[in-house]
Each structure stands twice: as structure tokens, then as C-alpha cells.
Design a protein around this ligand. Structure first.
Ligand SMILES: [Zn+2]
Ligand SMILES: [Zn+2]
Ligand SMILES: [Zn+2]
Length: 131
């Protein structure tokens, strides 16, 4: 497979790396535009999908079904995401790993994978937003 290592892709990778927390393709596209880049939205979508499929970026679905991306540490991990400010904490979850393995095995599944991300309000937002 030919790697499409274009300037667009590098621009997207750089923009993602300098972004705190998860961001949508539209959000990243807007940031790039504000920085003066002529990159198109479709290109941003494709570059993000490429980065995610090669493990260079994490992707997840927000509760309202939007794909969000982030340049993450490599290796399997989970996220706590503040749905108000976007703060993202990477967490390890041994209990989840054990449970997922056991649940899969008990149904005869092998090579099971899982995605577990927790959305909520961070401590800061919890104290500033009235209930
Ligand atoms: Zn991550
Ligand atoms: Zn927050
Ligand atoms: Zn896990």
C-alpha cells in the first residue's frame, strides 16, 4: 500500500498534536483555517481517518455520534472526557481488561477488543456549573 504522506497529512498531524483533548474534524479544520492553511475539510477527514487507522491517533464517538480525534500515547488505554471543556484524562482500567477478557471467553470469543471511554464533567466544571 502506498503511504499518502502529503503536506496536508503532516499539517493535520501537527494541528492534532498541538490540540488539548479530543477534537472533531470540523474543529480541527477551523483551527487550520484560522492559522492560514488552505486545507479542505474532506482532506482533514481523510487524514484523520488515516492517522487513526495507523494508530497515530485515537478516535472515539461522542455521545451525540460525532467522531472525535486526539494524538494519544500509544498502547491500549481508556479515556475520561469532560463533555463541557474537553479535558481528557488517559486511564488504565485493569478491571475492565479482566472483565472484557472473561466475558469474551465465556462466549467462546477470541481476539476480543473493546473501546471504553467515559464522558462526564471534570472536577472543575462540576464546581462551576450549577446542577
Ligand atoms: Zn488516549
Ligand atoms: Zn471540564
Ligand atoms: Zn481496555
Amino acid at each position: 500500500m502506498v503511504k499518502r504522506n502529503t503536506w496536508q497529512r503532516e499539517a493535520v498531524r501537527e494541528a492534532l498534536t498541538s490540540t488539548e483533548g479530543f477534537i472533531s474534524a470540523q474543529g480541527l479544520h477551523m483551527n487550520l483555517h484560522e492559522a492560514g492553511s488552505p486545507i479542505g475539510l474532506a482532506t482533514v477527514y481523510r487524514a484523520l481517518a488515516d492517522l487513526a487507522s495507523e494508530g497515530d491517533a485515537d478516535s472515539l464517538q461522542s455521545p451525540d455520534g460525532e467522531s472525535l480525534y486526539r494524538a494519544c500515547t500509544t498502547g491500549h488505554h481508556h479515556h475520561l472526557i469532560c463533555r463541557n471543556c474537553g479535558l481528557t484524562v488517559e486511564i488504565e482500567a485493569d478491571a475492565v481488561e479482566q472483565w472484557a477478557k472473561a466475558a469474551a471467553a465465556s462466549h467462546g470469543f477470541t481476539e476480543a477488543q473493546h473501546v471504553v471511554d467515559v464522558f462526564g464533567l471534570c472536577a472543575n466544571c462540576s464546581s462551576t456549573i450549577p446542577a
